[in-house]
Design a protein around this ligand. Structure first.
Ligand code: ATP
Length: 341
């Protein structure tokens, strides 16, 4: 790539000239508010569409931030309880406020998240509650939740097999089970999800960001996403905020650190506890991490070359690069930070 091309890539101008084609909006696919086009998500959407009209109880499994709560809401919207309310609550706090929550979810859907956090006593109470609910459904009582969904960051059968979940509760919950794989196992969805989050951001904040510019997608695809879709969403929002033009550039994307921690996950993300396939994905990502580093280095090398050419005049360098002085300072800070490591 010539210096001119990098400058174009950095500024987000002249994109057509370097053969850059954004993902057209009409290529968005998914179910309700859920985006996804990878084979594993297509299969999940088919399972959701087929079963949603008939569900009473269902489990939704997957690592933190993979989209379990969104899947539960999507199932509710497509199911027999959609005229009632969708009432989400953390499973551990359900019994502290069960009367009010049951009244709110009457005729609708009660969604208990993080079932894997329940202790043995809470599990026994939940099993009793489910038996009572089933009895109410048999008697066609209408003032109870019509559907009960539960999410877990551990596969329920595995949890039961390891003694972490009462078998009777596992059997009741996981007869119908939907699985959200870690994002690293469906990299194909990254561009679709990113474009969707950009569009959401633009609409919500009234800032016209049109999509990912050249070099941005490889950077996103090189990351292992320990925080899954939640992490991607916050990275895209941060990038769209920093973006100076209409296209997100690699330098707009905040540092992607594999050991970053996320509120609902373990410190290293909880993909590892989810499935061994995630490790394979992490291996592939580690390999492509090189590319990520190279891309950053290419931009920094180019900035350095321009600075040298203008004898360190930062205002002139920023003008030639087509970026603001604050962006230039940010790039130089990133360089001096990486030199200290
Ligand atoms: N397929 C998807 N399409 C669009 N947005 C998604 C998708 N999956 C997840 N999200 C978004 O990612 C964020 C995290 O999703 P969600 O809260 O459903 O995750 P979760 O698996 O329930 O997480 P946790 O177990 O930590 O509670 C939400 O803002 C959600 O809207």
């Amino acid at each position: 790539m010539s210096a001119g091309h990098i400058a174009q890539a950095v500024t987000g101008t002249g994109l057509a000239g370097i053969g850059f084609k954004p993902v057209p909006r009409e290529e968005f696919s998914g179910l309700g508010a859920m985006s996804g086009a990878s084979p594993v998500m297509e299969r999940l959407f088919t399972q959701m569409r087929t079963t949603a009209p008939h569900l009473r109880v269902a489990a939704i499994e997957g690592p933190s931030g993979a989209g379990k709560a969104l899947a539960a809401r999507t199932l509710h919207n497509a199911g027999p309880a959609s005229a009632g309310r969708f009432v989400p609550t953390r499973a551990t706090t359900f019994f502290a406020d069960s009367q009010a929550l049951l009244a709110e979810a009457s005729g609708g859907t009660l969604f208990l998240s993080h079932i894997d956090e329940l202790d043995r006593g809470q599990q026994a109470r939940l099993a009793d509650f489910m038996e009572w609910l089933e009895h109410m459904h048999t008697r066609k009582v209408e003032y109870v939740p019509r559907q009960l969904f539960a999410s877990s960051r551990m596969p329920l059968r595995r949890l039961a097999g390891e003694g972490g979940l009462r078998p009777e509760l596992s059997h009741r919950l996981s007869a119908i089970c939907f699985v959200l794989p870690p994002l690293v196992e469906r990299r194909q969805d990254i561009s679709l999800l990113a474009e969707r989050f950009i569009e959401d951001f633009s609409q919500r904040h009234g800032k016209p960001v049109r999509g990912l510019g050249p070099g941005a997608l490889p950077r996103l695809q090189a990351h292992t996403w320990p925080g899954n879709v939640r992490e991607l969403e916050s990275v895209i929002h941060a990038a769209a905020l920093s973006c100076e033009g209409q296209w997100i550039r690699p330098i707009d994307i905040p540092a992607l650190n594999a050991s970053v921690s996320f509120p609902s996950g373990r410190e290293d993300g909880d993909n590892g506890r989810w499935s061994t396939d995630a490790k394979a994905g992490a291996g592939a990502a580690a390999q492509s991490l090189e590319e990520e580093a190279n891309l950053d280095r290419a931009i920094l090398r180019h900035v350095q070359a321009v600075l040298t050419a203008v004898k360190g005049n930062k205002l002139r360098a920023a003008q030639l690069l087509g970026i603001s002085r604050s962006t230039l300072y940010r790039l130089l800070e990133a360089r001096s930070f990486s030199e200290k490591l």
